[in-house]
Design a protein. Structure first.
Lengths: 112, 113
């Protein structure tokens, strides 16, 4: 158990809908990262927050947004969902000064 | 652009048959190289961090090494429970301080009893 929690585990929704994925980092970690894993693309970095502030953006679509709250948990919002958004979404956390990232169990999103 | 290439894509071994997985990388300035293990449908599990060429880390049957262009994950006398996908990732020094990881596509290891 990495200490990173994610909810929900599974999400099935229709095209055009909006969903929110939630992540709680390990105790003491200030950085939260979101990654998307699909069969053909592998693990792709989406966005990083550090202590409530956005620190870096990767290949995140404009339809996606995220935030980190004062208690350091984070939410990833996905809107106007398309079939191609079906993937595993992972949250990871770290102290924030480089070093290893610890991953949560993931949320499997299926868009039908 | 930072890139990571892992080979082979898949590897089948007999129990006890040692082998190595390769991770080649190009990065502007290496901050760290990471190895993870991932079981199907689960999150990546951290194994090792390597920071500089010549560094080695060991854990049970696994040993990771690093050169200026690649890293190897050596598996000695593997057991069926070592079956998993092994992921390599690099972290580079970036302006603005991003600590994002760039991952390879992984090597799927199957160890037969």
């Amino acid at each position: 158990d990495s200490g990173v929690t994610q909810t929900p585990k599974h999400l099935i929704t229709a095209t055009g809908q909006r969903v929110t994925l939630r992540c709680s980092p390990r105790s003491g970690d200030l950085s939260v990262y979101w990654y998307q894993q699909s069969l053909d693309q592998g693990l792709q970095f989406l966005i990083q927050y550090y202590n409530g502030e956005e620190r870096a953006k990767g290949n995140i679509l404009e339809r996606f947004s995220a935030q980190q709250f004062p208690d350091l948990h984070s939410e990833l919002n996905l809107s106007s969902l398309e079939l191609g958004d079906s993937a595993l979404y992972f949250c990871a956390s770290s102290l924030g000064s480089g070093g290893e990232q610890y991953f949560g169990p993931g949320t499997r999103l299926t868009v039908t | 652009e930072d890139q990571v290439t892992q080979s082979p894509e898949a590897l089948r071994l007999q129990e006890g048959e040692s082998s190595s997985l390769n991770c080649s990388y190009t990065v502007s300035g290496l901050r760290g190289l990471f190895w993870y293990r991932q079981d199907p449908g689960k999150g990546p599990e951290f194994l090792f961090t390597l920071y500089s060429a010549g560094e080695e880390k060991e854990k049970e049957r696994l040993k990771a090494t690093l050169t200026k262009k690649e890293s190897f994950l050596h598996i000695t006398a593997p057991k069926p429970e070592d079956s998993a996908t092994y992921l390599c990732a690099v972290q580079a020094w970036h302006q603005g301080g991003s600590e994002k990881l760039v991952f390879g596509k992984g090597t799927k290891l199957t160890v037969n009893p």
